[in-house]
Design a protein around this ligand. Structure first.
Ligand code: 16G
Length: 262
């Protein structure tokens, strides 16, 4: 671990990027240095006083910039030992050919998962939920929204909707939705998943502990029972820096325009 009071932060006079309040200029200067690889994961930042002196700003300005960078997950603060560049999040792969749950994907990698509940209960369904889940009148939407983490690292936000007939007691789910559905005999056997790129908005970025505007993946999964009935409609936002979705491709006879696009 490098002590930056003798390295990058000690070199030459500092020219902050222009525009906006001073603390944001300093924040951007630190972010740029990390992006260019001039300072790396685990590197220690100089003390607040040294940095203020070096950049010729007040300690309050340094504190504001550092607080913001900690909130964004770019820096971490260890009580008593200082401020460090955060380690990069470990990347996870999900094979797109298997219908697995988040818990199973992580267990295969020996990673323990946990969830922070953002919402769960029975609600009046939205037109989208009614249409996708084929809800009949009187059926409610069971919604569960979770922040999914491994250790302290948030990986994804998942918002799942199911019919209240399938999931009458959303609060009964312990760790895994699919394990719960397995027990009640309604685990899906097939799914359609759509993935698209997104830049994270303020709320999602804060939950995922990344800077606003970071790259993310928006994923929609509609999964089905063997009978063909849609059972789950989940919208997820994955951190772009932690997840790889991997598809195995085989030469088939579907021709250049593909097979059964759904
Ligand atoms: C995956 C699924 C999600 C499903 C969840 C169940 C994606 C993009 N989404 O995260 O649709 O609800 O697994 O996980 O893969 P659980 O059984 O651990 O709750």
């Amino acid at each position: 671990m490098a002590d930056l009071s003798n390295g990058f932060f000690a070199a030459g006079p500092v020219v902050l990027p222009s525009g906006g309040p001073l603390y944001l200029q300093l924040k951007r200067w630190i972010e740029d240095a990390i992006q260019r690889g001039e300072v790396g994961p685990g590197d220690a930042l100089p003390s607040e006083r040294d940095l203020a002196h070096k950049v010729d700003v007040s300690r309050v300005t340094v504190r504001k910039a550092v607080t913001q960078l900690v909130k964004d997950g770019v820096l971490i603060q260890r009580h008593g030992s200082g401020t460090f560049v955060a380690p990069p999040a470990q990347r996870v792969e999900q094979l797109l050919s298997h219908l697995t749950s988040f818990t199973e994907d992580m267990a295969r990698r020996g990673m323990a998962v946990r969830a922070e509940w953002l919402e769960r209960g029975l609600y009046l369904p939205s037109p989208e939920e009614t249409m996708i889940l084929g809800l009949t009148s009187g059926e409610q939407a069971a919604r569960i929204a979770r922040l999914r983490l491994t250790g302290d690292t948030p990986l994804a936000i998942e918002r799942a909707s199911l019919s209240s007939r399938v999931l009458p007691h959303p609060e009964a789910i312990e760790d895994s939705l699919y394990e719960h559905l397995d027990k009640t005999g309604s685990r899906p056997v097939r799914a359609i998943q759509r993935i698209r790129a997104a830049n994270l908005g303020e709320r999602d970025a804060e939950l995922l502990q990344v800077p606003v505007g970071s790259a993310g993946l928006n994923i929609e999964r509609t999964s089905y029972l063997a009978s063909g009935r849609a059972i789950e409609y989940t919208r997820s936002i994955y951190r772009g820096d932690t997840y790889d979705f991997v598809a195995e491709l085989r030469m088939g006879d579907a021709g250049p325009n593909g097979g059964d696009a759904t």
